[in-house]
Design a protein. Structure first.
Length: 603
């Protein structure tokens, strides 16, 4: 309520009253109704020294009484009040943090621009927002996500879009996934000063519980050692653990073939400049090394010792040259000219093998903790190998992982994966191979074409090892997608919709990592998700919503993102205002930088 003053233009007299604003249905501006009349100002001046100040104080007192009465009404509400049938009034408000990053990345305007000229009667950005928010907070099928959309304030209108519209949008997203990835990268580079001079790369796969393979879902080496068809995902990541880009490829493709095109795309379209590619031993091939050397890029790869040459193994075992830092750790390194084998292209598309000499730096180190861990794992593998030797038919290629190499006189059916006794000889343990492998427990090798030529220690042995150790972050990204974001099971089967599903999971992962970065890395993705899920409210009365959860994590997120999650009660208008502000905070940036983003998206 407020003090209303109205001046009559003909008489010049001013009338005072207490009025209450209300929203007129279908009208742009609010209306008002008179609660109490006070009279004309000139008459009131005969009674009060300052009628305006007097009645302003009076109205303020009445507002306090009203607020108190409303609170008493809430407290005194009958305990046996029955909820209406099919009531589901609880809503999430924590998703506002996700929403802010979504707008910050410029995805809303990118999608609206790409949607122009298409025969869509729904907003593809609205649908993508819902799918991303739900993927982070409540991972589920597209159908279940649609059915529970009213959990979020932004999606209360039931007729905004249909379930069919969601599936149609998936095909649209799949067609512009490269543009979306590039848009996200450019915005992160601008707003978070991303540095892509150091790029981590790795690949993982996701299985599908289906009987028949297809063009995308095909059988290959599963990370979980399952016989099901899989799709593979190669991920590039910066040194902060934030994804740069990804590629989805068939399960029967070798992951070794996909590092080169991804690095090439980073240099070409992402303007990354000289890149240092960091990857595990799977990417340590002659073709990859030659490609990176030719493209004036660098690499830091792990090098398998057990699969190395005799000369290399002798170098590792030779204790001369090692610098002992403690009884737990020692290290040595050398620069050698090494011969690698490369596939070269002939006219007509045929390839031939060519041997090429490259200069390479090899860093070998020993860690006793690694050795103890390897020994424990090897003992477990040996027990499995002994069981396999006694009953080979009880195992398959998938279930015998690790132990198969230590059993002699058995054969594996290439089609079925079944393990059987060999025609000659009795299955037994190959202890000679076991003892040979055991010699290298605790030893690791990293190879690179980065050299400390100026003696500045810019690329010292320790620095190279630290660079490689950052690879654990990409494994953590894979873990988050598989556990927290529940990328599998995938409830769609069309190729384009599978691509769209993984794009949604990728966007969700990026948003999670950016929230984590704003928090200074103080909280894990799991803690962030749990906090945002619990920032929920229920309608109490007269458009007032009651909150019942607060923690150190919600306080930290609120402070980092510019929201107040400490209030016990918020009105509906306050909630809507905050949601609008999440978009408005990024509107100015998006509007004036959008032409640039649009051009990048079409690159």
């Amino acid at each position: 309520m407020y003090l209303k003053t109205v001046t009559n233009k003909k008489t010049g007299r001013t009338y005072l009253s207490m009025a209450q604003s209300y929203r007129k249905k279908g009208k742009k501006y609010p209306g008002s109704t008179t609660v109490e009349s006070f009279g004309y100002l000139d008459d009131l001046q005969k009674v009060y020294d300052d009628p305006i100040a007097h009645f302003k104080a009076y109205v303020e007192e009445k507002n306090k009484e009203k607020a108190l009465n409303d609170a008493e009404y809430i407290v005194k509400e009958r305990k046996d009040t029955v909820l209406p049938e099919n009531t589901a009034g609880r809503k999430n408000f924590g998703y506002i943090a996700i929403l802010k990053i979504y707008y910050e990345l410029g995805l809303d305007r990118l999608l609206l621009n790409r949607q122009r000229g298409r025969n869509f009667d729904y907003n593809t950005s609205t649908i993508l927002k819902l799918l991303v928010i739900s993927r982070i907070l409540e991972p589920a099928s597209k159908k279940r996500t649609f059915e529970h959309r009213s959990t979020y304030f932004d999606f209360e209108k039931k007729d905004d879009f249909s379930l069919i519209d969601i599936y149609r949008s998936l095909s649209f997203y799949a067609g512009i996934d490269s543009a979306i990835q590039l848009q996200i990268h450019k915005r992160i580079t601008e707003q978070y000063s991303r540095d892509t001079s150091l790029v981590y790369y790795d690949a993982t796969n996701y299985y599908f519980e289906i009987d028949m393979e297809d063009e995308l879902r095909a059988k290959g080496p599963s990370k979980e050692h399952r016989p099901d068809p899989i799709v593979q995902l190669g991920l590039a990541m910066d040194a902060d653990g934030i994804p740069i880009s990804y590629e989805l490829f068939p399960g029967n493709n070798s992951e070794k073939l996909h590092l080169r095109p991804m690095i090439g795309e980073l240099v070409r379209a992402y303007e990354s400049g000289r890149v240092v590619a960091v990857a595990d031993a799977a990417q340590n091939t002659g073709n990859n090394i030659y490609y990176l050397e030719s493209g004036k890029c660098s690499y830091v790869f792990s090098q398998t010792i057990r699969g190395g040459s005799k000369e290399f193994k002798d170098y590792v075992n030779n204790q001369s040259g090692y610098k002992q830092f403690s009884d737990q750790y020692k290290r040595k390194s050398r620069v050698i000219r090494r011969e690698i084998e490369v596939d070269m292209l002939k006219e007509g598309g045929r390839t031939y093998k060519k041997k090429v000499l490259v200069d390479q730096r090899q860093i070998v180190f020993y860690n006793k903790k690694y050795a103890d861990r390897s020994k424990a794992k090897r003992e477990a593998v040996l027990k499995k190998a002994q069981c396999m030797a006694s009953t080979p038919s009880a195992y398959t290629r998938a279930t015998s992982y690790g132990a198969l190499r230590y059993v002699k006189n058995i054969k594996v059916d290439k089609k079925t994966g079944e393990i059987k006794k060999a025609p000659k000889g009795r299955p037994c343990i190959d202890m000679e191979k076991f003892r040979e492998d055991e010699k290298y427990d605790g030893y690791y090798c990293i190879v690179t074409n980065l050299f400390d030529e100026d003696g500045s220690d810019t690329f010292s042995d320790d620095r190279i090892i630290d660079m490689y150790r950052g690879l654990w972050r990409i494994e953590d990204n894979f873990r988050v997608t598989k556990s927290d974001l529940e990328t599998r099971p995938v409830y769609v089967s069309r190729k384009d919709r599978i691509h769209a599903h993984f794009l949604i999971c990728y966007i969700s992962l990026v948003i999670l990592r950016l929230i984590q970065k704003r928090l200074g890395g103080a909280y894990s993705p799991e803690a962030i998700i749990n906090a945002l899920k619990n920032i929920t409210c229920s309608p109490e009365s007269q458009n007032i919503y009651l909150f019942d959860y607060r923690s150190d994590v919600t306080d930290a997120i609120g402070k980092a993102m510019g929201f107040d999650f400490t209030k016990k009660r918020l009105t509906r208008s306050e909630i809507k205002k905050s949601l609008g502000q999440a978009k408005k905070d990024n509107f100015h940036y998006n509007f004036f930088s959008y032409d640039k983003s649009r051009n990048l998206a079409h690159t």
